[in-house]
Design a protein around this ligand. Structure first.
Ligand SMILES: C[S@@+](CC[C@H](N)C(=O)[O-])C[C@H]1O[C@@H](n2cnc3c(N)ncnc32)[C@H](O)[C@@H]1O
Length: 260
């Protein structure tokens, strides 16, 4: 907890807004993509589903295959509690939606479905895209499955199982990964392993997004190592999540940014 507070204060002091960045690409990403005032029609629909989860009295039996939660302990977890502590906020999920809407990836991968809220944002960007998402806890996965059916998101392929057991098969099926969102098992070693596995299926225009990059010393270590990977040419640290781009015709750059 202390680590996160220190990392957050450091970010606040160092992060730049659009006028502090010298890169035209990053300036445009902030001012034209992330600061769109336009509300996409699907935002309200998905947020109504989140609100229903927050009011749910259902309790699930959960197997935690990841780094665990600082807020939720034990195997019995309320859907409301999961919705409160485990999911991307509306602000972050909508920022990710806008990024995907801009880059229009076709083959999208998510590690960590949870109740399926962020998956639903991803799958709503375009019905031509396909979203593969992996969730280790079967009861949580079933709640997400029902959400995809209610929202008629037929382009989601949910796999229930651990990332270790499911990722190789999913990557083979995907062939090419255009966008990956790593949002589970927030520890150094598994994060590095999933990153390298995904990299083998990615290309110059792939977008990789890592969540909780300052959640712990081990996640920060993974993030710092990844941004120094020779293939990463642009890394954007929005504190809560980090975005990686690989276009070869660019000089390597790294930015700490305020999320608008
Ligand atoms: C932070 S939540 C994902 C939130 C979701 N992306 C959203 O914003 O709506 C992480 C999820 O990953 C799952 N998870 C963590 N480690 C895992 C692993 N090693 N294998 C499979 N699932 C895992 C957890 O069960 C949890 O539901």
């Amino acid at each position: 907890m202390f680590f996160e507070t220190k990392a957050y204060l450091k970010h606040i002091l160092k992060a730049k807004g659009p006028h502090g960045v010298h890169s035209p690409l990053v300036f445009d990403l902030i001012t034209k993509v992330l600061v769109q005032r336009k509300s996409f029609y699907i935002f309200d629909t998905i947020e109504m589903e989140r609100a229903a989860f927050l009011n749910s009295r259902d309790v699930l039996d959960v197997n935690d295959h990841g780094a665990g939660s600082r807020k939720m302990k034990g195997h019995q977890r309320g859907v409301a509690e999961i919705a409160r502590y485990s999911l991307q906020s509306a602000h972050h999920a909508q920022a990710l939606f806008k990024l995907l809407h801009h880059f229009h990836p076709e083959n999208i991968l998510e590690l960590g479905t949870s109740l399926g809220i962020t998956t639903s944002y991803f799958a709503s960007v375009s019905s031509n895209s396909k979203v593969w998402t992996i969730e280790g806890s079967d009861q949580i996965g079933h709640v997400a499955e029902q959400l995809f059916q209610r929202l008629q998101l037929w382009n989601v392929r949910l796999q229930i199982g651990t990332f270790d057991s499911k990722l190789p098969g999913v990557l083979n099926e995907m062939g090419r990964v255009d966008c990956a969102f790593i949002d589970g098992h927030h520890e150094y070693e598994p994060t590095m392993r999933y990153y390298h596995q995904i990299r083998k299926h990615s290309h110059e225009n792939t977008l990789i997004i890592l969540d909780d990059i300052h959640w712990s010393a081990s996640m920060e270590k993974a993030w710092n190592e990844i941004i120094h990977d020779v293939d990463v040419t642009l890394s954007l640290d929005f504190y809560h999540f980090g975005v990686l781009l690989f276009a070869k015709d660019r000089v390597k750059e790294h930015f700490r940014l305020k999320l608008p």
